[in-house]
Design a protein around this ligand. Structure first.
Ligand SMILES: [Zn+2]
Ligand SMILES: [Zn+2]
Length: 1018
């Protein structure tokens, strides 16, 4: 006997039972043990940053990380799946800053870096527990007993080792460059972090006049005379003209030192008439006259090339304090015009204002042209004091004040608003500033070609990411700015001499301990700030004191280092590392092409000259049901726990696997998870429950019989479908395509339930035992067991439940869990293509026939005299004739006629016809009296069966039936009494008032009254 199964099932409850079963039998441990000698399959767990509660998108990547290893384990692999937790970095700091209501770094320093970092650690530990709970609940099998945690000394030490390797190869350097800088977080960001935060922003778009100076010491081209300069008197004849320049960042004007023109483009001196009739002389690109000046009256006075304008002097709008100018540089009295190839005449005025402190191109141009650098903004993004109204204001707040000032001084020609994409801090959403300052870099550009060629060896799913998003990213590689001016991170292992400025990189704790004159090494050793900052030693060059530089590492460095650092390689576990490198499989969302996927690939290429992962599933982002990004502000964030508690994990997993291919953007709708539960899981469950109910009635025990040869076409057909399914699912999962695997399984379960079981019902119902019944039991049993194994990697809970009851309960030697079983192998000899094609043809015809019946409002239970079928091709004719009995039974008709392609089969008084895809199926509308009787009898059978259930009878109970009705219905009952008796297990049909003990109901059939009563036969 199998454990009785109710057709009503609470999946979330069932799943909790399975979870505790797995724990009790230590199934994860056994999974590893039982495959210990198998080939190795390594998963790298991309460590989630544990700085918040996991969301629905985390579940997506985590179930994808689970499904392939589960499949591989069933295929006989020893799966290595060590958990990892990413614990460092800005996200964590930001969370703690919020707790403490801090807005800037000074507050952290005043609070104490040690206390701040202690809080960061505590915050991570708090969230970590929730991540562990979630990971368990979703059935993500991961070795969480021995995880790697990025804040551990061992992990940090491996990071140091990596940096030392790169340092020795000359791949680490400090550069003074313009870097994207978050003024709130007070740190540089790397280009891949910047790439995470682009969005549309509204900024002022302003056109500003820069008046040409009254002194022109450098001009050489002779252009000045044409602009109105009196060379004899060495002054302007009239008012000097103004250069019209354009910018979207007014605050950068405070750092302006030059104006750049495109050398080969044509510029003009134009006399423009303003609204009040006055005129002014302006200089700008000819191509942009209309766009910059509009339609006002104007006259072109001179035309010239950009190169001719070089070295003309203009008056700066804002004079910086001396302290703003970079050390060792002198600020000339005037700004000057320079030529630069990056200037275009596609927008603005064709003249670009240059502030070398605030832009990468500006910075490079400044170096090339010997321009001074004026730094008028501090690292918090605030304007340095210079007796202006905007002193100490944040740059974006200073913008409107500067605009007002420009307006008052007549420097503002006109203003507009522009919407353009601008980078924001991916963590705190502050607009980034491009800011010239020193930063530490890894020279990734040195291995760009190797990264590109290595990428060719990686299999990407979907494939277009490889040459697309990831390939492009590698092609446009820039050096990795990997230092952060922050607190909670692995420290940069670089010490610098106070006296001679020599730098030294430390590659291990032992190396540090053995440095001459080392002090400050605490016990127990904590490699975090501020403790590590206290460690000093003697300079080998000059004997001065070596201090650690204050920077910490980009947290993306930690995650990219995990192939090495998870083993504390090379200090320990060399063998483990070698066995697990490269990984067979990783999976994350698409944004990681510039995050984890990239840092893994970059570090692996730099260190080992090869990729560190072979297969990667790259997941699309999750949006809400309307296609909007989920955010707390919109209030459309889905709480994964609610879904898991209501619909269950299997439904959630199945939905995520099958709704769309992994690379697609997913619109998440909770009601679709319910739909999956209803359509797939419940169908599977009901089929299983149907089997158990009848198998228990008949005492069917699969272990006590030999499976007979399949008795009927129906059995042979479903077994053929099953073996084809095994083959397809195996191939799909082998190609990292759980979507295809799930969809095929879904289709099969639909066939199994809605065709095989429905058409086999009578075989299970009939009393006694014979070969045919036994064959039906064996067939359905095999289908249920096999399909459960196929679906186990995708829906690990319900499949375990079915397996435990159907397999383990009758066979103690069967593996303890479905997940310890071998993945099914197809028996290709059982695949009968013609039979499957035939059956699909029958299904097609029947579905059209049912539509024709519905269209004519002919009741399902009313037998009809004829179906006429016009197949798509004449070749299907023989098949249809061979399958005639199935079609007649399914469509409840008494005769079948197949007509050829030319025949006219049209909807009308005689037939109700539906057509689709070249097929036409018609049902005769005219019903003879004997068929009307049969229709009534069938209707009565249906109602009696429902009454049996309402009365609470067992399926095998025999009953006595009472009825009272009109003569017409009575006649139908009498003429078909043996059929009614057989179908309802009625010993007698008695035409009288029902016995008092009977369950009685009043009905109407075709408008005629009918009283029915049922009671158990004595
Ligand atoms: Zn920030
Ligand atoms: Zn020194």
């Amino acid at each position: 006997m199998f454990k009785p199964v109710s057709s009503k099932v609470n999946f979330p409850e069932l799943e909790k039972g399975i979870l505790s079963f797995w724990k009790d039998v230590q199934v994860l441990h056994k999974a590893a043990e039982s495959r210990a000698n198998g080939p190795r399959f390594t998963l790298y767990d991309g460590p989630p940053t544990v700085n918040g509660n996991p969301g629905i998108h985390h579940i997506l990547s985590r179930i994808y990380k689970d499904v392939i290893p589960r499949y591989k384990a069933m295929k006989g692999f020893y799966v290595f799946r060590k958990a990892g937790w990413d614990t460092h970095g800005l996200p964590v700091e930001l969370e703690v800053e919020k707790e403490l209501r801090f807005n800037n770094k000074t507050q952290i320093e005043e609070f104490g870096i040690d206390k701040f970092n202690e809080r960061c650690r505590a915050s991570v530990m708090r969230y970590l527990q929730r991540w562990v709970e979630l990971t368990e609940r979703i059935g993500f099998w991961l070795d969480m007993a021995d995880p790697y945690i990025t804040y551990q000394n061992t992990y940090v030490e491996s990071c140091w080792w990596i940096i030392k390797q790169l340092w020795d190869k000359g791949l680490v350097y400090q550069g003074y460059r313009v870097t994207p800088h978050c003024p709130r977080c007070g740190t540089s960001l790397s280009s891949h972090e910047v790439a995470l935060g682009y969005r549309d922003a509204e900024d002022p778009s302003i056109y500003i006049r820069f008046r040409l100076s009254h002194e022109q010491p450098w001009e050489k081209s002779g252009l000045l005379a044409r602009l109105g300069w009196d060379q004899q008197k060495n002054r302007w004849t009239n008012e000097p003209p103004s250069i019209l320049a354009w910018t979207t960042t007014p605050w950068t004007l405070t750092g302006n030192v030059a104006l750049a023109v495109a050398p080969r483009e044509v510029y003009v001196l134009v006399q423009a008439t303003t609204g009040d009739g006055t005129t002014e002389n302006l200089i700008l690109a000819r191509a942009l006259l209309d766009r910059a000046l509009g339609t006002g009256q104007r006259e072109i006075l001179a035309e010239f090339r950009g190169t001719e304008m070089e070295d003309i002097c203009y008056d700066r709008l804002y004079e910086p304090r001396e302290s703003f100018v970079a050390k060792g540089q002198a600020l000339p009295d005037h700004g000057r015009v320079v030529a630069a190839d990056f200037v275009s005449v596609t927008d603005g005025t064709g003249i670009v204002h240059i502030a070398p402190a605030f832009g990468e191109e500006d910075f490079d141009l400044g170096r090339a042209q010997g321009l001074p650098m004026v730094q008028s903004v501090d690292l918090d993004g605030k304007m340095l004091p210079n007796d202006r109204p905007w002193d100490s204001k944040f740059v974006k707040k200073a913008d409107p004040m500067i605009l007002e000032d420009l307006g008052q001084r007549g420097a503002l020609h006109h203003r507009d608003v522009i919407v353009h994409t601008y980078p924001f801090c991916w963590r705190c959403d502050t607009p980034l500033l491009y800011y010239a300052k020193p930063s530490w870099y890894i020279r990734t550009t040195a291995c760009r070609d190797k990264m590109i060629s290595g990428n060719r060896d990686i299999s990407w799913y979907p494939e277009y990411i490889k040459e697309g998003r990831f390939g492009d990213w590698l092609e446009n590689n820039v050096d990795w700015a990997f230092s952060r001016e922050r607190f909670w991170g692995a420290p940069l292992p670089v010490w610098r001499c106070q006296q001679c400025r020599t730098c030294e990189c430390i590659g291990s704790i032992d190396e540090l301990k053995t440095k001459p004159g080392v002090t400050g090494l605490n016990k127990p050793l904590d490699l975090h700030r501020p403790f590590v900052d206290a460690v000093t030693f003697r300079c080998a060059q000059c004997g001065g004191t070596m201090n650690r530089l204050p920077e910490v590492l980009d947290a993306w460095f930690d995650s990219g280092a995990m192939p090495v650092a998870q083993f504390h390689y090379p200090f320990e576990n060399q063998e483990q590392f070698e066995k697990s490198f490269p990984a067979d499989y990783i999976a994350e969302a698409i944004d990681q092409t510039r995050g984890w996927f990239y840092t893994l690939h970059a570090l692996s290429t730099l260190l080992f000259e090869r990729p560190c992962f072979q297969n990667v599933i790259c997941l699309g982002h999750i949006l809400d049901a309307k296609g909007e990004k989920m955010s707390k502000a919109r209030g459309n964030v889905v709480d994964p726990w609610r879904i898991m508690d209501n619909q269950g994990v299997d439904a959630l997993r199945w939905y995520m696997f099958t709704a769309s291919p992994p690379g697609n953007v997913k619109r998440f709708a909770a009601d679709q998870v319910t739909e999956v539960m209803r359509k797939f899981l419940s169908t599977l469950w009901n089929t299983y429950s149907f089997f158990v109910i009848y198998a228990n009635i008949d005492n069917f025990d699969p272990t006590t019989f030999e499976a007979p040869e399949p008795a009927s076409d129906l059995d042979r057909w479903i077994l053929s479908e099953l073996n084809q399914l095994v083959n397809q699912v195996d191939q799909a999962l082998d190609c990292y395509d759980p979507t295809e695997a799930g969809r095929r399984i879904e289709e099969f379960v639909d066939y199994l339930s809605n065709w095989y079981v429905r058409r086999s019902r009578r075989r299970f119902w009939k009393s006694g035992s014979d070969e045919d019944k036994l064959s039906a039991y064996f067939t359905l049993y095999e289908c249920l067991i096999t399909v459960s194994k196929l679906a186990a990697p995708l829906a690990p809970f319900v499949t375990e439940e079915i397996y435990q009851n159907l397999a383990r309960s009758v066979d103690a030697r069967a593996p303890e869990s479905i997940h310890l079983c071998d993945f099914p192998a197809p028996d290709m000899t059982r695949i009968d293509t013609r039979l499957m094609e035939d059956t699909r043809l029958v299904m097609k015809v029947c579905s059209l026939g049912r539509a024709a019946r519905a269209k004519a409002s002919l009741k399902v239970r009313q037998p009809l005299s004829r179906v006429v079928i016009r197949p798509r091709a004449n070749s299907e004719r023989t098949a249809l004739e061979r399958l005639a009995s199935q079609i007649m039974e399914e469509l409840n008709v008494k005769a079948i006629q197949v007509v050829d392609g030319e025949s006219d089969l049209s909807d009308g008084e005689v037939y109700s016809v539906t057509e689709e895809g070249g097929y036409a199926v018609g049902l005769s509308r005219n019903i003879p009296p004997e068929l009307l009787d049969e229709g009534i009898a069938r209707e009565i059978v249906h109602r009696l069966q429902t009454m049996r259930r309402s009365a609470g009878f067992e399926i095998a109970d025999h009953i006595v039936t009472y009825y009272q009705t009109t003569p017409q219905i009575q006649k139908a009952i009498e003429s078909l009494s043996s059929y009614i008796k057989q179908e309802t297990l009625s010993r007698e049909l008695i035409s009288s008032v029902p016995d008092e003990a009977a369950h009685t109901e009043k009905h109407r059939i075709d408008g005629q009254p009918l009283t029915l009563g049922v009671k158990k036969a004595g």
